[in-house]
Design a protein around this ligand. Structure first.
Ligand SMILES: [Ca+2]
Ligand SMILES: [Ca+2]
Ligand SMILES: [Ca+2]
Ligand SMILES: [Ca+2]
Length: 276
């Protein structure tokens, strides 16, 4: 009975921890649920950010709302044509999207055609290159997460095939700032909430070199010039102010909480079995 009680307490603690981690701050979350599938997204500030920061985006080039993209929130995503479709969010080098300290960028992706991939998210400045962070998906399904740190550029890549064509995939780029002395900062890429690759990038942190930086979904805008448009569907783009673990990443519903709660229940179940 003592043992059962101990495990019961562990289960309760696990639930409490789960609730705490679920409160990791959301910097921005574009769910793409505001549109009707088949409708073309247009108009200033119509791509709704559900976070408190109200970082609403503007669709350019005519991306189309798409049904059947289940990842994050709901079933609706935005389909980009690979030609000129993108979403622009005005930011500036000191705004909430000038990410500093720990952060996680999550996005649900479905690439429908090989060899037609581009940028998932891109934070660019108006100098050639020198762009603080981006996530890029190449034609072989290889993911790149890159940070420009002023003196150095840190780039992390998966193997080919990390992103499968025709399959909705949950990808995440995590930056874990070394809270002890900032000397062992870690970049990671997760696919479907599993850690795929990580890298110690030393003291490098994103460097915001000018005052006209902006955030883009589905394209690159380096030096103010657009290019390398993504082709396919993006379901949700979410940015958090902490280095999330796989179980804390988005899935429907409330993944971190449910996963940890499940461990607690499993502990109770094992105890019951032992007793009988
Ligand atoms: Ca969605
Ligand atoms: Ca277009
Ligand atoms: Ca640039
Ligand atoms: Ca950290």
């Amino acid at each position: 009975m003592k043992k059962f009680f101990a495990l019961y307490v562990i289960a309760i603690i696990a639930v409490v921890i789960g609730t705490t981690t679920a409160r990791a701050g959301t910097i921005a979350h574009w769910t793409f649920e505001e549109g009707t599938p088949g409708a073309t997204a247009s108009g200033v500030g119509t791509i709704i950010d559900s976070s408190a920061n109200n970082l609403h985006g503007t669709a350019l080039g005519g991306p189309v709302y798409q049904d059947g993209l289940k990842s994050g929130t709901g079933n609706t995503g935005l389909n980009f044509d690979g030609n000129n479709d993108t979403v622009h969010v005005s930011s500036g080098s000191t705004g909430p999207l000038a990410l500093a300290g720990d952060f996680t960028i999550e996005l649900g992706v479905r690439a429908d055609i090989p060899n037609a991939l581009g940028f998932g998210v891109f934070y660019g400045d108006t100098q050639p290159s020198k762009d603080p962070y981006f996530i890029f998906m190449d034609g072989n399904g290889k993911l790149t997460f890159q940070i420009y740190g002023g003196a150095t550029t840190a780039s992390l890549q998966t193997a080919n095939g990390a992103l499968q064509i025709g399959k909705t995939t949950q990808i995440a780029a995590v930056f874990d700032y070394d809270d002890i002395d900032g000397s062992n900062n870690i970049m990671s890429i997760y696919v479907d909430r599993m850690l795929v690759v990580d890298l110690d990038i030393g003291t490098t942190v994103p460097f915001y070199g000018d005052t006209t930086s902006d955030f883009w979904i589905g394209s690159v805008h380096d030096n103010g010039n657009p290019g390398r448009y993504f082709r396919g569907g993006l379901t949700d783009v979410k940015i958090s102010d902490s280095a999330l673990t796989g179980s804390e990443m988005m899935l429907v519903p409330e993944p971190g909480m449910m996963a940890i709660f499940g461990v607690g229940l499993l502990a109770l179940g094992l105890t019951r079995r032992k007793r009988s």
